[in-house]
Design a protein around this ligand. Sequence first.
Ligand SMILES: O=c1ccn([C@@H]2O[C@H](COP(=O)(O)OP(=O)(O)O[C@H]3O[C@H](CO)[C@@H](O)[C@H](O)[C@H]3O)[C@@H](O)[C@H]2O)c(=O)[nH]1
Length: 482
Amino acid sequence: MEDNQEKPHAILMPCPLQGHIIPFVHLAINLASKGFTITFINTEFTHYRITKATTSANNQEYYDIFTEARTQFGFDIRYRIVSDGFPLVFDRAVNREQFLKGMLYIFSAHVDDLVGKLEQNTKPKITCLLADTFYVWPSMVAKKYNLVNISFWTEPALDFSLYYHWDLLKINGHFGYYDNREDTRKYIPGVEAIEPKDLPSYLQDTQTTTMNKMIYKGYENVKEADFIICNTIQELEPKPISALNEKQPFYSIGPIFLLNGFTNISIPTSLWSESDCTQWLQPKPHGSVLYVSFGSVAHCSKKDIIEIAHGLLLSKVSFIWVLRNDIVSSDDDDDILPVGFEDEIRDKGLIVPWCCQISVISNPTVGGFLTHCGWNSVLESIWYSVPMLCYPIFTDQITNRKLVVDDWKVGLNFCDKKEIRRDEVSEKINRLMSGKSATDLRNNIKQVKKTLQDAVSTIGSSERNFNKFIGDVKAKISEAAK
Ligand SMILES: O=c1ccn([C@@H]2O[C@H](COP(=O)(O)OP(=O)(O)O[C@H]3O[C@H](CO)[C@@H](O)[C@H](O)[C@H]3O)[C@@H](O)[C@H]2O)c(=O)[nH]1
């Protein structure tokens, strides 16, 4: 009991999105392996979806995603759920605006209520709040309960720097105006130069939206955090990271899914049921299959889906295409693919609503990834040495494309013109999969992979930063307890 009292105890809260839940779960495991007690909080809706997708458990209310981590590794990870303010039946995608307003103005009251209860009844005592940078309430909650306030950013440091200096963009007439200036931005600390077209979509907006407000408030909030951790790699983004470090303690600890070698723990995180693609991949030649996925939130138009489908056929390349059932948002039409497409692809193509991405791209038959450039997908693709065809849709994906294509040269642009056309889709797929361009990309990606490998080695930067972060947090907890 004495020992337990000494243990740091962190509450972890990801945004209720697939690309945030996964890195937060890896973070929970890593912190627990360093002796932290963790209370991991998912929203009730996220919990419901994971449960539905990954288990046949009858009593879903009591299902706990960390059971295996506790029994197999003895980690002290506890699991709780919190209401996001809406009933389970509420359609959060269709009513996105209303949902975002709830996250902006109401969710904090539910979090405050739960943290208050945990604070009274939990041993060891809760000492840290570790929340997603997108949340607007962590500093309020951390102050109220005297918790060390840690923010976790699940995107690159470059995107963080741009949002962090939102005020500079505004002062310089580059954001928030109907006619935003179009010249290169050269005054963001740690970012030599960035073109307007490469900014995250929310920083290209000319009008204030609820999402803008949320990010803006999130970034006001993060300025009060005691520590910021980021799922990136110091050697890949040295300048933004060192500029940010002059402002606040900022630790790059990525790729978090590789840190400390806990890649084999299976913790249910998937919001959709996964189709198994192993059998289908098995007879395919090495490096011959293109994997196509646009992540968990982005939407495409039916017109673009049709052009991509024709482009895939024209390319004659074998492919697995993850087509979520909500990929086309504004169309009630269930038939989004060209007529007869599924007959035409026969054994050349496999369409699935969701799969275990890591198990697909780690398969040696996969040689290319047509991706929306979500940050987790980028890191995973580099790790498994799969070059990318970049089709960024919104948010940080736009900026991530610049890192992948222009800076690291491990991917190609999908469509150079605004409009997606089947002939260009086919041509780009072939350039990604074969010939000199493919060889160059494969050579480059091996080098970038080496950077990731070094960073997570026992003497690598991410490992060192993570240990330093742990030491600094413990010191801060002791200070706060005085
Ligand atoms: O069929 C699939 C598709 C995806 N994944 C996994 O789901 C995660 C998806 O994350 P990501 O590639 O980052 O895409 P999003 O789900 O779109 O992620 C959101 O969160 C990311 C991190 O903040 C941002 O970079 C993205 O722009 C944002 O859309 C990855 O770990 C994938 O391995 C699967 O397991 N199966």
